[in-house]
Design a protein around this ligand. Structure first.
Ligand code: FES
Length: 145
């Protein structure tokens, strides 16, 4: 009985602790992607974030500002397949069920119609492109004994 009470109070304490100290939102950081002159208008590259997410960075214009670029997740919101950029059609395409997204990531045909690809903020500084992504905390290296 004592163990049951201790377990019950322990679980209650854990729930109370989460209520008093809720989990913080993930910290975000700006990550360098590429110099602007390495990504021509109409081209796209895949950038892998420190957390392992793949981001399609596409250059759609040549004014030199951040509005020239989109940074979108490559994960289809329908069932999670990988989308890719088709420059000849100015769209993203998901081959799993022929899903089509416009250059802003809005689903315009197929099952993901009306859904959107997740976006990442972009910024241009001194001729270099940065994308804001979730930070990954550093871990101490494991030691072998
Ligand atoms: S998973 Fe992309 S269209 Fe179905």
């Amino acid at each position: 009985m004592a163990l049951g009470l201790a377990g019950g109070y322990g679980a209650f304490g854990a729930v109370l602790g989460r209520f008093i100290y809720p989990a913080r939102a993930a910290e975000r950081v700006w990550q360098f992607v590429t110099p602007l002159n390495r990504l021509a208008t109409g081209d796209s590259l895949t950038y892998t974030t420190p957390a392992g997410a793949e981001v399609h960075v596409t250059r759609r214009n040549d004014t030199g500002g951040s509005e020239d670029f989109t940074a979108l997740s490559n994960v289809c919101p329908h069932l999670g397949c990988q989308v890719h950029w088709q420059p000849q059609h100015n769209r993203y395409f998901c081959p799993c069920h022929n899903g089509v997204f416009d250059s802003d990531g809005r689903g315009i045909a197929g099952p993901p119609e009306g859904m959107v690809l997740s976006g990442y903020p972009v910024e241009v500084r001194n001729g270099m492109l940065f994308v804001e992504v979730e930070a990954v905390p550093l871990r101490a290296p494991e030691t072998r004994s």
